[in-house]
Design a protein around this ligand. Structure first.
Ligand code: XMP
Length: 540
């Protein structure tokens, strides 16, 4: 049985990060809403209570009955989690005199306590709370303090073999708590007894076995997009059920230059059974003259469903629709009203109409884990490290109406830009190197530095054709009156927020020159320096 840690989500921004850190300890974990603890699941070995935007005194604060968990499983409360347990178990929480926020250092720490084994005195931790624990829970003792936070961490021992409770008011999951990973390891491995056997290889092995049991001899349909998630899902299913899987890859005419053929070739090399559908005439025909971004998106969505469904219906004995849905698409992040703020979307209408069951083999994985799984199955690196690309493709990067000529111009400019990003190498160290490695980019650390391409350093890049704008230029002796192209490159970890990438000037100079000289129809190149929020990654 796969051991697991349950993280109960009380709505903190950093709950997903706790999940990431536990997975980095090669331990499986699930993030569940604060009130959805799986009491009947025997594979749970420990529980972590997350932080929250609420104070324990807010009338809307999330409350939960922990009486069935306490004593049965080890519990670690983080920030609100620690305050909540104080609040309900005889301690006291009060507004902090001043907000306890940012870097602090542990002025005392009990390194004999299993939670703090190996900790340094003075270790830096990260606080972020408006309330503070003024009295710890009954039976607890303080195991760490900072200059301003006396009850920075507490421990409630237990007798008769009952499991114990720990609370920390700082955030071990964030990077600025420098020994935070050690604390989580002490809890997950030392206290809960994780065997640390969750890995890409073990995931592939168990998932293949489960898929075979789940699917039996049924047929499965999967929509491929050329992106990492659907490609890895397809290869995993192919490993499990081979020719029972049929993949459908729709070309809507607004993919990147040569992408349809290149990706089809990759898929065939991987042994996938893929039907490629060239529906570009239909999409471009239906989009003719349409300028309004939302209408363009609606038409593409509708056409996609029509084309996909028409193909899928030919596979009359299909019983399953497989999708590359990943964990961040599904986590029921709670906003402060308790509503689900992110839900996942699937191919519209198809499962209901054809009575297909959903199969989502990657639904427990984070993006970098999907990449690791792809690598462990021997998929080519260029498929695995591919940037995200929007479903409507270049349609949301051509401002105004779409024509074949505009698509051609944008494809050519984008091709120069993306090739340039792949060819330009940079050396990274420190936090930047750590971030790139954590995203699953393969690179060797030498003398504290790694060498990666600009492409691998950033989250996502692309060109936007400002086809509603024209400006004057001069080429040779000729006056030109053509469109500008904007370059966009962003750094991000989940596309929810993003910052514009600080690309080197010599790189931008070369790309701009190449695009203006080689792409007929473009006489000016700009760089988009907007972050998200308030902008978005795509322009439409
Ligand atoms: P925005 O523009 O909202 O984009 O900041 C966030 C991320 O989502 C991608 N994106 C899409 N992906 N279908 C998709 O599959 C879409 O309609 C779509 N729109 C945006 C975008 O490329 C970025 O990674």
């Amino acid at each position: 049985m796969q051991q697991k840690i349950i993280i109960l989500d009380f709505g903190s921004q950093t709950t997903q990060l706790i999940g990431r850190r536990v997975r980095e300890l090669d331990t499986f974990c699930e993030i569940l809403p604060y009130n959805k603890f799986p009491h009947d699941d025997p594979s749970v070995i420990g529980v972590i209570l997350s932080g929250s935007p609420f104070s324990v005194y807010d009338p809307e604060a999330f409350q939960v009955d922990l009486s069935r968990i306490r004593g049965r499983l080890p519990i670690l409360g983080i920030c609100y989690g620690a305050q909540f347990m104080s609040h309900i178990w005889g301690g006291k929480v009060e507004p902090a005199g001043s907000r306890e926020y940012g870097r602090q250092h542990l002025t005392s720490v009990d390194t004999e306590n299993p939670l703090f084994e190996g900790f340094d005195h003075g270790s830096q931790v990260w606080m972020s709370h408006g309330d503070t624990i003024t009295r710890i829970p009954q039976g607890a003792h303080v195991i760490a303090s900072t200059e301003t936070v006396e009850n920075a961490a507490y421990h409630i021992p237990a007798s008769n073999g009952e499991k114990e409770v720990w609370g920390v008011q700082f955030h071990p999951e964030v990077f600025h708590s420098l020994q935070g990973t050690l604390l989580l390891k002490n809890f997950v491995v030392g206290i809960c007894g994780s065997k640390q056997n969750w890995s890409a290889d073990s995931f592939v092995e168990t998932t293949v076995k489960e898929l075979r049991e789940q699917i039996g001899s049924d047929r499965v349909i999967l929509g491929l997009s050329g992106g990492v998630d659907s490609s890895v899902a397809a290869v995993l299913l192919n490993k499990a059920i081979g020719s029972q899987l049929t993949c459908i890859f729709v070309d809507h005419g607004m993919l990147r230059k040569n992408e349809f053929n290149d990706v089809m070739r990759d898929y065939e090399c991987l042994g996938l059974n893929v039907i490629g559908v060239d529906a570009s005439e239909k999409f471009l025909g239906d989009l003719a003259g349409v300028k309004e971004p939302e209408r363009k998106r609606k038409i593409i969505g509708r056409d996609f469903v029509e084309v996909f469904n028409a193909e899928a219906r030919k596979i009359t004995d299909a019983r399953w629709l497989a999708q590359g849905t990943i964990y961040p698409d599904r986590i029921e992040s709670l906003n402060i009203t308790g509503k689900v703020i992110k839900s996942h979307h699937n191919v519209g209408g198809l499962p209901e109409e054809m009575h297909l069951s959903l199969c989502e083999p990657l639904k427990w994985l984070f993006k970098d884990e999907v990449r690791r799984v792809g690598r462990s199955m021997g998929m080519p690196e260029h498929l695995i490290t591919r940037h995200p690309f929007p479903g409507p493709g270049l349609a949301v990067r051509i401002l105004g109406d779409i024509t074949r000529e505009k698509v051609r111009i944008l494809q050519d400019a984008d091709d120069i830009y993306i090739r340039g990003l792949r060819e330009y190498k940079v050396r990274l160290s420190g936090e930047e190197a750590r971030r790139v490695l954590a995203a699953g980019v393969p690179a060797n650390m030498e003398n504290g530095e790694i060498e990666v391409s600009l492409y691998d350093q950033i989250w996502q890049a692309g060109c936007i054709l400002l086809s509603e704008v024209r400006s004057v230029g001069v080429m040779g002796d000729e006056r030109t009156y053509e469109n500008p192209v904007a370059l966009r490159a962003v750094t991000s970890s989940d596309a929810m927020t993003a910052d514009w990438a600080h690309l080197p000037y010599d790189f931008m100079a070369k790309v701009s020159n190449d695009i203006i000289n080689k792409v007929k129809g473009v006489n000016r190149v700009c760089y988009d320096i907007s972050s998200k929020p308030p902008s978005t990654i795509e322009w439409e």
